[in-house]
Design a protein around this ligand. Sequence first.
Ligand SMILES: CC(C)(COP(=O)(O)OP(=O)(O)OC[C@H]1O[C@@H](n2cnc3c(N)ncnc32)[C@H](O)[C@@H]1OP(=O)(O)O)[C@@H](O)C(=O)NCCC(=O)NCCS
Length: 162
Amino acid sequence: MTLEAVPDDRGAERLVRAMHFTDLEAVTAIERRTFTLPWSLAVFSGQLTRETGIDLVCELGGGIAGYVVADMFVDVWHLMNIAVDEPFRRQHIAAELLEAYFAITELQGHRGHTLEVRVSNTPGIQLYRSFGFVTTGVRPGYYSDDREDAAIMWKDWEGESA
Ligand SMILES: CC(C)(COP(=O)(O)OP(=O)(O)OC[C@H]1O[C@@H](n2cnc3c(N)ncnc32)[C@H](O)[C@@H]1OP(=O)(O)O)[C@@H](O)C(=O)NCCC(=O)NCCS
């Protein structure tokens, strides 16, 4: 998927497009800066080979500013990973990535979207709420580094049933 590049507020070209293997060095660098339990390059590569996956990056001024990875399991979309490199946060990059993700997923019938997020992750939870996700449960001790709980969030499919 390629959308038209548009200049952002500072005049840098901004573009949401499909993630390629050649992006993975930049993507994993952001991943390591962002998470205490980062995905490895092998995990991203494996995800890129899955036919059902949606893997998008936001390119800003020729570099990678953020990405989203999602996959369909049975009839539910799982938002598995989203990150925006710290200097580029609060510029609606995650929102733009999610808008592109929803535009793709709305093309085929499904039950809804789910994800797990650390209960302390206010920016993440606020982002998901702003897209209509609600918290439906908790997975106690879900994160293996510090045993923090995960909030389970869900969003119904808003399209027409087949
Ligand atoms: C969560 C994250 C992806 C948001 O990316 P972002 O590009 O800064 O988010 P956006 O600018 O698109 O924000 C969209 C909306 O999300 C919410 N939001 C984002 N960051 C927020 C924050 N720090 N505090 C409160 N709300 C926030 C707001 O509702 C915001 O809309 P607004 O700016 O109009 O108020 C980013 O903070 C990040 O990479 N965090 C580390 C990784 C992470 O936590 N990933 C998600 C959990 S797996």
